[in-house]
Each structure stands twice: as structure tokens, then as C-alpha cells.
Design a protein around this ligand. Structure first.
Ligand code: FES
Length: 148
């Protein structure tokens, strides 16, 4: 093995150790579900010609965008994008899953608590993250209703 590939192996080991340390820290603060949703979020992206769309910036400066697609009265697709923190990504992922397959009326009733129930809670300093997700959803539904 060359000196260069030994250095690369050492570097890989260091990166792995760092990743494990970061995950260990995250586990002290967040639930497994939150970590899973933050690292493997569902429904990320945009919908071509969405029936409802909104982009909102929360008080912390993070932005979330939600797109909705309707079939009759049912929201058949929902996608999100955010430049926010890990918990915000987790909240976006969860809210899109909660929205899909619901009627517009049912989706309007989705609350921060519904997201927190799925995630198993969030630390106090991140309680505004589900609020941003819900506010963005409500704004997207408002836009969607204009077209109904
Ligand atoms: Fe700003 Fe999560 S820290 S929405």
C-alpha cells in the first residue's frame, strides 16, 4: 500500500469517527425518528404546475416552500424544500407525508402537534420549526383554495 493510500485510509477513518461523534451528539438531543427524517427526507422538491404553492420565511430566517397537487378534493402530491436546519427538514418531510391523500379540509387541520407526535417531540429551541411547516402549508392551501 502506498503512503498516499495509507493517508487516504486514515482520512476515511477520521471522517467516519467524526460522523459517529456527530450522530452521537444528535441522539442526545433529537429522537431517532427526527434524525431519520432529517437525513432521509421524503418528498423533497417541486411539483410542475402546482395547484397550491407557498414559500415562507420564519422568524429565525429559515425558509420553507410547499407545493400541492389536487385531484378532485384530495391532495394527491405534496413536496417541500427548505434551507433550514435538520429539524426543519424533518418537519417538512413529515408534513408532506401527513398531507398526501387527505382532503383540503382535513389538511387544513394539520397542526404542529401532529408533526411533533410523529417525531416524538423536539427540543424547545426547535419548536418553531413545525410552526414554519404548518404556516407554509396553510399559505399553500390558501393559494390552492383561490383556484377552486
Ligand atoms: Fe429555523 Fe428550524 S431553526 S425553522
Amino acid at each position: 500500500m502506498s503512503a498516499k493510500s495509507r493517508r487516504l485510509d486514515k482520512f476515511d477513518d477520521l471522517v467516519k469517527e467524526l460522523e459517529e461523534a456527530i450522530m452521537e451528539d444528535a441522539r442526545q438531543i433529537f429522537t431517532e425518528k427526527t434524525i431519520e427524517e432529517a437525513y432521509n427526507p421524503k418528498n423533497v422538491g417541486e411539483i410542475d404546475n402546482p395547484d397550491g404553492a407557498a414559500r415562507i420565511t420564519g422568524p429565525c430566517g429559515d425558509t420553507m416552500q410547499i407545493h400541492l397537487k389536487l385531484d378532485g378534493d384530495v391532495i394527491v402530491d405534496c413536496k417541500f424544500m427548505t434551507d433550514g436546519c435538520g429539524p426543519t427538514i424533518a418537519c417538512g418531510s413529515v408534513i408532506t407525508e401527513l398531507v398526501k391523500g387527505r382532503t383540503v379540509e382535513e389538511a387544513s387541520k394539520i397542526s404542529e402537534k401532529d408533526i411533533l407526535d410523529v417525531l416524538g417531540g423536539l427540543p424547545e429551541e426547535h419548536l418553531h420549526c413545525p410552526v414554519l411547516a404548518v404556516n407554509t402549508l396553510k399559505a399553500a392551501i390558501k393559494e390552492l383554495k383561490k383556484k377552486l
